[in-house]
Design a protein around this ligand. Structure first.
Ligand SMILES: [Zn+2]
Length: 302
């Protein structure tokens, strides 16, 4: 019994020493996933046990309301809303979250991403797409009560996002234009997890619509190959921008999808033919009516 106590005490001491030796970056970080019902978008809620950071915040305010409830249930303060890239399915919820969590601030990894967000919202307003999300209409002389993107979005200095009271997220942004002009990924060593944002979709059709040129698609494919090399010996869990989490095998599946999409859209004699062929190849992939439809629309001209 005494021996067991000594061993227990020794183990506890060792644990304390190990914890004390951890650098702030290595502090244990946990993650929860909120799976959006609209467009299969994921929001990732990171915790260091004392405060929360959420990465990406959904395409609709209706979804953001559910996300806010999910975050509130964690019982910890939300300090940051990290938007990985300038597509509205990842940032539309920010207005609602800022209202629900006045202590939180929206952050992006660099000025380019901030400008992508402003550019996309300005364009959406010009074509009427923000009529269903009026609180996201940009603030202007004509619309003084609009959303103040300049004021509300903070650009981080450097690639580290610090938690309150210890620990941090390391952001990577050194990518060529692909699914979006500028993308942010996060790798969390303690979880061996890559939060790939929209470099990865899992059982969801890839967005290759307006703006995603053939050159961007090739960049995207090359980056998936590069992830394959970079992470081969770690085999991290991949948490994609859309769909279920997976392992490194997802990268090869995505490369195959890209090759199929390029081949099908180059040879199809009509949009409908391309649609039928892609759906035949990927029958269980979600979002054909939106993501696939508009991707084909952009790449098949007939
Ligand atoms: Zn997306």
């Amino acid at each position: 019994m005494i021996r067991k106590l000594i061993i227990t005490a020794a183990t506890s001491t060792l644990l304390l020493v190990l914890l004390a030796c951890q650098s702030p970056q290595e502090m244990q970080i946990e993650v929860d996933v909120y799976k959006g019902g609209v467009a299969t978008v994921n929001s990732y809620i990171f915790s260091n046990g004392k405060s929360l950071i959420v990465m990406d915040v959904q395409r609709a305010t209706s979804e953001a309301k559910k996300l806010a409830e999910f975050i509130e249930q964690k019982g910890l303060p939300l300090t940051h809303i990290l938007v990985s890239h300038g597509h509205p399915d990842h940032y539309t919820g920010m207005d609602w979250l800022l209202k629900e969590f006045p202590g939180a601030k929206v952050v992006v990894a660099n000025e380019d991403i901030k400008q992508d967000i402003i550019g996309f919202s300005t364009w959406m307003e010009s074509v009427g797409w923000l009529d269903t999300e009026p609180t996201l209409k940009p603030k202007s002389e004509e619309n003084p009560d609009g959303f103040d993107y300049e004021e509300n979005i903070t650009v981080l200095k450097g690639n580290t996002l610090e938690f309150n009271e210890g620990g941090s997220l390391q952001l990577s942004t050194q990518y060529k234009p692909a699914e979006c002009e500028h993308l942010t990924t996060v790798y969390v060593p303690g979880l061996n997890a890559l939060f790939s944002s929209d470099f990865c979709y899992s059982k969801v059709h890839l967005w290759m619509g307006a703006g995603v040129t053939n050159a961007h698609i090739q960049n995207w494919r090359e980056q998936l190959d590069a992830f394959n090399v970079e992470f081969a010996d770690r085999n991290p869990t991949i948490y994609p921008g859309h769909g279920e989490s997976s392992d490194l095998g997802l990268l090869d599946e995505l490369i195959r999808y890209i090759d199929d999409f390029e081949r099908v859209t180059a040879s199809a004699s009509s949009k409908q033919e391309a649609m039928t062929e892609m759906q035949g190849l990927y029958p269980d992939y979600a979002e054909a009516d939106f993501l696939l439809k508009y991707s084909i629309d952009f790449h098949v001209k007939k």
